[in-house]
Design a binder for this molecule. Structure first.
Ligand code: FAD
Ligand code: UDP
Length: 372
């Protein structure tokens, strides 16, 4: 008998949930993580009392009551509601697309006027939208597409909007009300104490080896456990033997500023094509500018997020679910399904644009199957 029932590769949310539930089911588990910290891309670290989201803004939101109650065991969530501001060459617009946005764009005042304007502009699209550009124009019209979508999207994905799938833009709500909540979610918030503390609680009593790359030590690590739960990139697992799946890379540039307020909001999107970053995050506003004791924070930390071309070996952030990659993933999936003793999960393991709640739901579903 091997030393562990499960070797869990990756201490992101998928790995943390699976490890916690496996331990609760009486299984022996070991987690290996190649980074020097747990929590995956949700990782937060304290600077001057501010929880800095090291891999970009992470706002927890879900419509799934089971997932919300599940995460609430490990953290108390505040009432943060995401409401980003779009900055188009110095002009500010409310996001997601709502009556504030339509008023600023067209001077319309009533929902009826806004609907009429959108209807007039969407007429240029006949038939079902075939790509992101057509989908965007058919949702909100050309003016909004040109000022708030095109530049941002082409920077974010490094591709023309006509080469991108339409589902990406359908992530954003369009509302004929003044509600500027970015997410259509019953539950939303940021864990008090940060995501790292939340993941620490999930991993309580569980052996974790940081700075351990499974792929570099596969033979010896496989000896330790009966089964592997692998949450790294599926193509990397197979040595890119069918070719590399494409991802979008990111570069984060973080600054500590000796001022109390840089932009007055947690998230500002730069939607023009020329500004090289897509957004600036001012982390303190995720906790309303206060520290854990409720004191106003005198300084601020901002992060500029630059999308970059991704090369195999670099940190993969966003799967690019276009036709080429989706077809390639189907082939990798077949290899993955044939791999005995290994289960692939999470954003990289399943090559899916999963939000945190969906990753948690997917890990919990796997646990139900494994520990039934
Ligand atoms: P990850 O968090 O990527 O964890 C996988 C872990 O596996 C990583 O820590 C990695 O280092 C490790 N690993 C990989 N390969 C190996 C290996 N060979 N050996 C050992 N370890 C390995 N979701 C939301 O719900 N709300 C948001 O606001 C939000 N914002 C986001 C912003 C950005 C910029 C990004 C990139 C994502 C955002 N997400 C958001 C999505 C969220 O990050 C994911 O849903 C979640 O982190 C996925 O968890 P995971 O465990 O699948 O993957
Ligand atoms: N998007 C946009 N303008 C914005 C914000 C988003 O055009 O100001 C588009 C862009 O294509 C992006 C998609 O909407 O990739 C989904 O946005 P979301 O905020 O959900 O992206 P994420 O937070 O996952 O990066």
């Amino acid at each position: 008998m091997k030393q562990y029932d499960y070797l869990i590769v990756g201490a992101g949310l998928f790995g943390c949930v699976f490890a916690h539930e496996a331990k609760r089911a009486g299984k022996r588990v070991l987690v290996v993580e190649k980074r020097p910290h747990i929590a995956g891309n949700a990782y937060t670290a304290l600077t001057e009392g501010i929880h800095v989201h090291k891999y970009g803004a992470h706002i927890f939101h879900t419509n799934d009551a089971e997932v919300w109650h599940y995460v609430s065991q490990f953290a108390e969530f505040n009432r943060y509601t995401n409401s980003p501001v779009a900055n188009y060459r110095g002009e500010l617009f409310s996001l997601p697309f709502n009556m504030h946005t339509f008023h600023k764009m067209w001077g319309v005042v009533t929902p009826e006027e806004a609907a009429a304007k959108i209807a007039e502009q969407r007429r240029e699209i006949t038939g079902a939208p075939q790509n992101l550009e057509e989908q965007a124009i058919s949702l909100v019209g050309r003016d909004i597409y040109e000022k708030l979508i095109r530049g941002y999207t082409e920077k974010q994905w490094g591709r023309d909007c006509r080469e991108l799938p339409s589902f990406i833009i359908r992530r954003l709500p369009v509302r004929l009300t003044f509600d500027s909540n970015y997410f259509d979610a019953r539950y939303q918030g940021i864990p008090a104490g940060g995501y790292t503390a939340m993941c620490e609680r999930m991993l309580e009593g569980i052996a974790v080896r940081l700075q351990t790359d499974y792929l570099a030590h596969r033979a010896e690590l496989d000896q330790l456990a009966e089964k592997v739960i692998y949450t790294g990139a599926v193509d990397a697992y197979f040595g890119y033997r069918l070719g590399a799946l494409e991802y979008r890379g990111l570069r984060f540039e973080t600054e500590l500023l000796d001022i109390p307020n840089y932009q007055g909001n947690a998230v500002m999107n730069y939607t023009d094509r020329e500004t090289p970053w897509t957004r600036i995050i001012e982390h303190k506003w995720f906790t309303f500018g206060r520290d854990a004791a409720g004191q106003d924070l005198p300084k601020t930390v901002i992060t500029r997020e630059y999308p970059i071309e991704w090369q195999p070996g670099e940190a993969p952030y966003y799967p690019i679910n276009n036709a080429r990659n989706s077809a390639l993933y189907v082939q990798y999936r077949a290899l993955a399904d044939a791999e005995r003793h290994v289960i692939f999960g999470g954003r990289l393991g399943e090559y899916r644009y999963y939000d945190m709640d969906a990753v948690i739901a997917s890990a919990l579903a796997l646990c139900k199957r494994e520990f039934a």
